[in-house]
Design a protein around this ligand. Sequence first.
Ligand SMILES: [Ca+2]
Length: 200
Amino acid sequence: MNKLKILICIASAMIMATITGCGSTSDEKTYEQFLNDEIELDGKTFSEIFSFMQEDFDMDPTAFYYDVDEDGKDELLVSTLFYGYNIYDVRDGKIVLLDCGEGTAAACGVYEGNGHVYVSHSDFSHSGRKLLELTRYDKNGNVVETITINAEYWDSEEDVYDENSDFTYNGQKITMQEYEDYMSSYVFIDADSEKARPAQ
Ligand SMILES: [Ca+2]
């Protein structure tokens, strides 16, 4: 290799390192600015969005990073306890809300299983039903797969399911064993999970 070729190699390696480095650090910087109330989302700061946590539950939300859409870059997850997670992504340098809970009947979470990461909406807190909907997003926020795994037992006096309850997977009837096999194949992701990183 002559001198010029070596120089070109070094120069292009440096440019690549700068581009990749800037890409990930600027996303992280945007999340940090959001967490520090330095930027707003829809006219509200982080503290304003989550002020209900102090008012209703007398506690602060916990925030952590996890790659929810499998693009190699972490999203910001903010746990709101009863409503589950608010999940934020950075697109074109701006913070966006990818998904969130809709009350306790559709609390938002994240599961890993079936070789993928899914955003969940679930109702495990009301009687007569355990409903789970898993949504897989791509990096642009488009839904690429949806799975529903439900158990319904409206007439159970003890509020527990048994072999005679209604179990479905994507609307198709399944057995209790199949239901439990599906449920145990998905692992819930929280701030203590292996690939999660604390955000504050
Ligand atoms: Ca990601």
